[in-house]
Design a protein around this ligand. Structure first.
Ligand SMILES: [Zn+2]
Length: 171
């Protein structure tokens, strides 16, 4: 029945072995290294066979809305079309900001796994809107996906702490 398909549950993140989450996060970390100032990287992995379907890294210098997750969403659509979202998981080095988490909810992606929390990103001096991704999900009852984190935070925290700093204007 179509109604049953529509409400088919997304990926159960807790049913995926942690090692597989960590391996995918390593790929997100590798992607993030392409931006040494804002090392926000993301990969979209198909849950069933762990195939990497899309990749993204923050490209805010080109367009302020091009966070890593948005770049990965756009890469996914370019390569695979606007379908199959419920079967894939996005891995991101930083907890999705409200803009990205809302965009991810609209895709109805199967699940989201992050490294460093928004709270930590604030502590590291990176501008953030302090709304947890879980709060965005809670406010989107149509969205069935789960969120999991922090995963490999020791490594993603180091990525953000070791980032290169842009020279302060007027400093
Ligand atoms: Zn974002």
């Amino acid at each position: 029945m179509l109604a049953a398909l529509e409400f088919e549950s997304s990926v159960r993140l807790s049913a995926v072995p942690l090692l597989l989450h960590q391996q995918a996060m390593q790929l997100a970390i590798a992607a993030a290294r392409a931006n040494r100032f804002f090392p926000f990287g993301a990969v979209i992995v198909r849950a069933a066979d762990r195939q990497v379907m899309a990749t993204g890294v923050n490209n805010g210098s080109t367009n302020p809305t091009l966070h890593g997750e948005i770049v990965a969403i756009n890469d996914y659509v370019a390569r695979h079309g606007n379908r199959g979202w419920e079967k894939v998981i996005l891995y991101t080095t930083g907890e999705p900001c409200p803009m990205c988490m809302a965009a991810l909810a609209w895709t109805r992606i199967g699940g989201v796994v992050y490294g460093t929390s928004i709270e930590k990103l604030c502590q590291f001096g990176i501008d953030q809107i302090s709304i947890p991704a879980s709060a965005v999900i809670a406010a989107a009852p149509f969205y069935r996906g789960e969120i999991l984190g922090p995963v490999l935070a020791d490594e993603t925290d180091a990525l953000f702490l070791d980032r290169e700093r842009l020279p302060m204007a007027g400093a």
